[in-house]
Design a protein around this ligand. Sequence first.
Ligand code: SF4
Ligand code: ZN
Ligand code: ZN
Length: 315
Amino acid sequence: MGRQRRLCQICKQKGQRRESVVYMKEHRLALCEEHFKEWFERRVRETIKEFKMFKPSERVLVAVSGGKDSQTLWFVLNKLGYDADGFFIDLGIGDYSEESKQKVLELGKILGKEPKIVKLEQELGAPLPVVQNLVMGSACSVCGRIKRYHFNKVARELGYRVVATGHNLDDEASSLLANVVNWNVKYLARKYPVLPEEKGFPRKVKPLVKLTEEQIRLYADLSGIPYTDRSCPMGDTANLHFYKGIMEQIENHARGTKYRFYFEYLKKIFPIFNSLKEELVKGELRRCTVCGEPSPSEVCFVCKLRERIKEKSPS
Ligand code: SF4
Ligand code: ZN
Ligand code: ZN
């Protein structure tokens, strides 16, 4: 993607001369602001239809973090006429969480929608930096489990059957690469832009999977979408950045590889792994005896955490 001085190809077809704001090498397409936004929105709409993510009549809960991807997703779904609400988990990571929350609230004002906010400290009795010290595993793995738990719980309590996340093509292609390199077949059996409702979980969808980080940033900037560029200070993202870097090198070597790698996987390989899903993803889910959420053990991960925090805190 570049910003060379080229004319918009759509305007040109209509006999107009308008300078482009973007040239997307992989599509050999130069577009002006108006036609880039149209192209972007059409791509989101087509992705939703192609993967049968949700119908216009279904309410969607968007997991917003304050970053460009999820903020853009919340914005664009509303622009396309879907009934999409934002849901933010305040993890209590100092200034980072505060700034992220402000961006979510700002976008809520623009959209005329009050975001739903859950404060981890109120839910668990401690913010993420404290929680992380009490358990094994990286901050992101603990945080990921806590966030998934709350997305599922809040969606069910508030009657949303669909939860949408802002994963983009770069996220999906690079995590696919990392999981192929490590032959993480359990993960590969579930790697798809839409996961159906099952076992008490809402449907999970990723409507931005056909768009790159750069395209999303440009759309957000042109549309005046508020977002934070700060990265989470607790994130252990070195691995993810490494695979993103490798994917980018491959993409620079042969344009369009990133897209082909991911979408050909979905078409040719995913069905094979998915047909083995029951064997690969073993373990029955039951209901947590404390909170009633689906859990592989008698008491779920979050309820166990809450107990541990209570024991550690001075009475
Ligand atoms: Fe949580 Fe890791 Fe994301 Fe920070 S970077 S919000 S710790 S998942
Ligand atoms: Zn144009
Ligand atoms: Zn529980």
